[in-house]
Design a protein around this ligand. Structure first.
Ligand code: ADP
Length: 358
């Protein structure tokens, strides 16, 4: 513990106690603390207040009030923490740093809802984000982002312009081809359309591009996942046995094509009773956890079955953008964990992901 006198005995701020305190901070996303490398600047405001500026290598801005509180308690002075997000890695595809596939073994588990809210949360965490709807069986991203009726625009008859949905760049396979007859799709055709959308959309600079994949683990999904230079995939499942069995096939498929599985998201995990606040495990309990343990992947989030998720979706609004909604915090925590997993996957060999209750 460092007292005031020690911290401010010299004219300039003594950085070491602050560096040590940052290193001791722990959360699911900062499972190994906040590294010295992330510090951009430390300024002394008054003799009892400092500002720490961080340069985060992954999207996790909304955690800064917690970091500030932790430092304030530990250092016994007022600490204000600000952060901006600058991913260190080089772009892997055009000017896109990470492409993240959101997949599911089975349809109707909430994959698109999860994909779009993860995109929204990553944006809210300070990143430049895009979403590509590649779900040939039912492209729903335009509806979820309130873009129904919009027509794609090209620039100089070459590049497709992505739509701007509240700061998220969006493109959908549904704009390219009519979706009424999904049976016409074959692997090469679907992967060709996906490559075309990836290549011909003017994405600009992106930190994360989320790809909403078609559900299933067949030939089409396999061919499509081979076409995309993805950094990793997130598999969405419900706790039901059938969905879990299909999620397991999904893990096997991504292992086969060497796309790292970043983790599972258990959607419709439980239902919080409006009256007593108790969690009911409508579709079963601990299923995703067991599957995750078996395959050595983490469960990134347990998202409840919640009426406001469905209602927001139907209105073309992102619940992740509604800071008053409890559920937006759940999506934010999942997004920070996805972002930090991508970072640590490249910068540390392996770390244990600590899942906390928040
Ligand atoms: P998928 O992409 O897997 O086919 P969707 O994202 O389209 O699934 O979701 C299917 C339906 O379930 C939609 O009506 C959506 O609003 C609803 N839904 C998804 N996740 C939740 C949730 N956690 N709570 C309540 N409804 C949800």
């Amino acid at each position: 513990m460092f007292g005031l006198s020690k911290l401010f005995s010299a004219k300039s701020v003594q950085k070491q106690p602050i560096i040590s305190a940052l290193a001791a901070y722990r959360s699911a996303a900062f499972a190994v603390g906040i590294e010295q490398d992330f510090i951009a600047d430390i300024t002394q405001n008054t003799d009892k207040s400092i500002t720490v500026k961080l340069n985060l290598p992954f999207a996790a801005q909304s955690e800064m009030p917690h970091v500030a509180q932790f430092l304030t308690e530990r250092l016994k002075i007022d600490v204000n923490v600000t952060a901006s997000v600058h991913l260190k890695e080089a772009a892997k595809f055009k000017a896109i740093k990470h492409i993240v596939l959101v997949a599911s073994g089975k349809g109707g588990v909430g994959k698109s809802t999860t994909a779009v809210n993860l995109a929204g949360s990553l944006k809210n965490e300070g990143a430049k984000v895009g979403i590509l709807d590649a779900d040939i069986y039912g492209p729903s991203i335009p509806m979820l982002l309130g873009l129904v009726g919009s027509e794609p625009v090209t620039k100089d008859n070459k590049q497709l312009q992505p739509f701007d949905a509240n700061g998220i760049k969006a493109q959908s396979i549904g704009f390219l081809v009519p979706s009424d007859d999904a049976t016409v799709w074959r692997g090469p055709m679907a992967s060709g359309a996906l490559s075309q959308l990836l290549n011909e959309t003017d994405w600009g600079e992106l930190d994360y591009l989320i790809v909403d994949m078609p559900p299933g683990t067949g030939d089409i999904q396999l061919t499509m996942s081979q076409k995309v230079p993805a950094s990793g995939t997130v598999i969405v499942t419900t706790p039901q046995d059938l969905a879990l069995a299909d999620a397991q096939k999904g893990i096997a498929m991504f292992n086969k094509v060497n796309v790292p599985v970043l983790g599972l998201i258990e959607n419709m995990s439980h239902y919080i009773c409006e009256h007593c606040g108790e969690a009911n495990h409508v579709f079963g309990k601990d299923g995703a956890q067991k599957l995750a343990l078996k395959h050595g992947v983490p469960v990134l989030s347990h998202i409840p079955l919640a009426i406001d998720i469905r209602e927001s979706s139907e209105q073309g609004k992102l619940i992740a953008d509604d800071t008053d909604a409890v559920i937006s915090k759940t999506y934010s925590a999942a997004a920070r964990l996805v972002a930090s997993t991508l970072y640590y996957q490249q910068h540390h060999n392996a770390i244990d992901v600590v899942i906390t209750e928040d």
